[in-house]
Write a protein that binds this ligand. Sequence first.
Ligand code: SAH
Length: 414
Amino acid sequence: MTATSPVRVNLLGLPRAELEAFFTGLGEKPFRARQVMKWIYKQGVGDFEQMTDLAKPLRERLAQCAEIATPEIALTQVSGDGTRKWLLNVERTGVDLARGQEGRAPSATVADRTSASEPPGTDSRRSRKALDLPASGQAIEMVYIPEPDRGTLCISSQVGCALDCTFCSTAQQGFNRNLTAAEIVGQVWLANRELGWSAGENRPVTNVVFMGMGEPLANYRNVLPSMQIMLDDLGFDLSRRRVTLSTSGLVPQILRMSEDCNVALAVSLHAPNDALRNQLVPINRKHPIRELLEACWLYLERQNGRSITFEYVMLDGVNDSETHARELVELLRGREAKVNLIPFNPFPGTHYRRSRPEAISRFRDLLNANGVIATTRRTRGDDIDAACGQLVGRVHDRTTVRLGKKLISVAVEA
Ligand code: SAH
């Protein structure tokens, strides 16, 4: 970093049009954007010096005013099933010159709602993890799930989450800030590199799902450009079916996205009626099921999509009865919908239990027998706390004592 340019623009966060504008702003031709995108995404190059089709003075100038910076890896864990989880430090990367500073403190209401109710837990894995790490710096998690025919990267969109779904451990961490577009794109770039990809080969990351920490639609202004870069043929060149955004149901943003971007949509439904969903997914009180489903069908229509995936976490004795299954059939029958049943993944302090395997199969079979396609998600990476809803990262909020106390209580749970 030079004295003349204290903050450099992270080019990873700029979709093609913005990168062209960046070069125009430097007095360069817009086609420089294409050249640089090819280096960054097709060659995996993160150093301007190696971009040999740019004149040397331009390379030097870029090195002064721009950068290609990803979050830093703080910890890598590999599960017995090959799933890989990275803890990523985002302390240094939280400034986005294109879209403004993201690293602001959360509002008091968001910070104050961290659960005083969570009793000291007994799980040792997360405590060890917390104790082993330096206790500073915001951190997020991303997970790579290899399968014979694809490699799925589950990425985070926020440091923590403010939506407070009662069965999700990220929610227990509270919310600190939105990730910048560069931090979101940087996860995909970094994962490919860490998985040993080199130019000319097929990338190990063939699918991206926004199912890590955070509510992606609550960070729309950064998630949208990141998705544009994932889909761009000069970017990661992923097909629209291979990028999935999962949302707890922010209706206005689903409607916005139906005009802005074409990716696969997954919706965290988790309950077939408003009374129960109000408890499990509190945003339902603002956007009830009917409104949510209408937005979903409109999204499909506008984006000419194939179907929407409805995620449904299986909680023993809470939402897994035959009556619940029948209610769900009523909501979804005849629609372009698939239900993905997710066996609940426990975390310290939760009072929920995973549904019994027979209950999950019965629920699934009842849906299928009544014309609603349903599958059960195979749990991956749970030995390293990498399964759905287990991602916690490291969410610090130095502005409130209560969240501070909460984090200390996580660290001493043993
Ligand atoms: N905020 C987004 C992404 C969340 S994570 C959303 O709500 O969709 C992806 C999925 O994992 C969501 O369906 C989420 O509800 C689910 N999930 C959260 N906690 C879970 C847990 N403990 N066990 C199983 N699934 C969980």
